[in-house]
Design a protein around this ligand. Structure first.
Ligand code: GDP
Ligand code: IMO
Ligand code: MG
Length: 427
């Protein structure tokens, strides 16, 4: 059973970095398959804290080969500074592999992301401004620039010309911006070619050969299920497929190879950026979750919107990803509440709805139906086994498991690698 997918079951920031790092020591490859440096994955190892945006969290485990798959969008300047930042802290990054088919986030993609958001005004998505959407749009429009294009100056120039042809019209005539010069972009991109060359590889071949040799491959999702371009709360989503199927297309590995799909699930809910969020809190409970949970964006520094656990969303994540397990994170943050509300269904225009409505209008009107679960006061951050958790914390976990449709195989009780209760082994 060599291939596992680990992904966000909510709106991102569930603790994927910590969960990946925990498994990093026991796997041979950790692969990012979608997204880009819109992600911010925090890993805490001892007294060291790392914020990874583009690099797979497995980079911190010495025996593990980190891979950036074809489905990822790569900003070369961000990648190089992330690598040098880790090198300065003594992390060996030499094993990194980058797919030659991964698309490059060019400076004009970043510009277009920012101007379109500004132009949308009140209707904006609240993107991270990293050029993610415009880069995927270029990919689908077949005017994208790929990592391999850095090694053919003539092709690169033609492709940048083609991409800027329409964009410069748009920038100058619609957005009142200055045109971007082809030569300047080409020169900047060529400047990255030699620095990236040692890492560029046919990652599809490497990963499939590794699987044939029974090596263990872990696919690390960015973002989360409800931010998926197909299955999320469109249009308030990211422009890729964080859901399990994305691992196949984003890494070139067939679905028959994947044996386990682990959903990372926060014990409450958060969201960054715009869009519907039925259990969102605007009171002191929301403020307390934000404060105790440290809910501030790793990438943008924005405060995260906070709310109670939503079982409708968790069930949906189980279904669209075929989840085999959950990793429940941040249970410790809920310590101290007398009662903890959990959303078990929605009320939409007077009707009780048990499953995620497929209509955007309905979802915008969904009001949470809460069940109250008894809380606990004991500090759980040092607990190592499920049976040592306070009875009410055990009951909370069991109730979430029942509602969410897959076994909870691990529980996070703190940000550190060891602050984890392991129930079923993932490997
Ligand atoms: P990711 O994007 O899914 O990797 O998650 P982020 O790193 O953006 O946000 C998760 C935050 O919660 C980080 O600051 C983690 O260090 C922290 N974290 C992860 N698991 C736990 C946990 O079980 N308890 C607590 N208190 N913090 C956690
Ligand atoms: P990790 O991997 C939370 C959100 C943005 C915005 C929407 C679209 O750390 O969980 P984009 O820049 O992707 O076009 O923005 O998606 N978003 C995230 N929210 N965690 C993330 O990553 C996110 N990456 C993007 O806030 O609402
Ligand atoms: Mg994050």
């Amino acid at each position: 059973m060599p291939a596992l997918v680990l992904l966000g079951a909510q709106w991102g920031d569930e603790g994927k970095g910590k969960a990946t790092d925990l498994l990093g020591g026991s796997v041979d490859y950790v692969v990012r398959y979608q997204g880009g440096n819109n992600a911010g994955h925090t890993v805490v190892v001892g007294d060291q804290k790392y914020a990874l945006h583009l690099l797979p969290s497995g980079i911190l485990s010495p025996g593990c080969t980190p891979v950036i798959g074809n489905g990822v969008v790569v900003d070369p300047s961000v990648l190089l500074s992330e690598l040098s930042g880790l090198n300065e802290r003594g992390v060996d990054t030499s094993k990194l592999l980058i797919s030659g088919n991964a698309h490059i986030i060019t400076p004009y993609n970043v510009t277009v992301d920012k101007v379109t958001e500004r132009f949308l005004g009140k209707r904006k998505i609240g993107t991270t401004g990293r050029g993610i959407g415009p880069t995927y749009a270029d990919k689908i429009n077949r005017v994208g620039i790929r990592v391999q294009d850095l090694y053919d100056e003539s092709i690169l120039t033609q492709k940048v010309e083609a991409a800027l042809d329409v964009k410069n019209q748009m920038l100058t005539k619609l957005y009142n911006r200055r045109a971007i010069a082809v030569e300047q972009v080409v020169e900047e991109l060529l400047g990255y070619a030699d620095k990236l060359a040692p890492y560029v590889a046919d990652t599809v071949l490497v990963l499939n050969e590794a699987l044939e040799q029974d090596k263990v491959v872990l696919f690390e999702g960015g973002q989360g299920t409800l931010l998926d371009i197909d299955h999320g709360t469109y249009p308030f989503v990211t422009s890729s497929n964080p859901t399990a199927g994305g691992a196949c297309t984003g890494a070139g590995v067939g679905p028959t190879k994947i044996s386990r799909v682990i959903g990372i699930l926060k014990a409450y809910t958060t969201r960054v950026g715009a869009g519907p969020f039925p259990t969102e809190l605007f009171d002191e409970d929301g403020e307390a979750l934000r404060r105790i949970g440290g809910e501030r964006g790793v990438t943008t520094g924005r405060d995260r919107r906070c709310g109670w656990f939503d079982a409708v969303i968790a069930r949906y994540a189980t279904r669209v990803n075929g989840l085999t397990d959950f990793f429940l994170t941040k249970l410790d943050v809920l310590t101290g509440w007398e009662q903890i509300p959990v959303c078990v269904a929605y009320e939409i225009d007077g009707r009780r709805v048990e499953e995620l409505p497929y209509s955007q209008t309905d979802f915008h009107h969904a009001k949470p139906v809460y069940e109250m679960l008894p809380g606990w006061n004991e500090d759980i951050s040092k607990v190592k086994s499920f049976s040592d958790l306070p009875k009410n914390a055990q009951a909370y976990v069991k109730a979430l498991e029942e509602m969410s449709g897959a076994p909870i195989s691990a529980i996070g009780v703190g940000p550190g690698r060891t602050e984890t209760i392991e129930i079923n082994s993932f490997l």
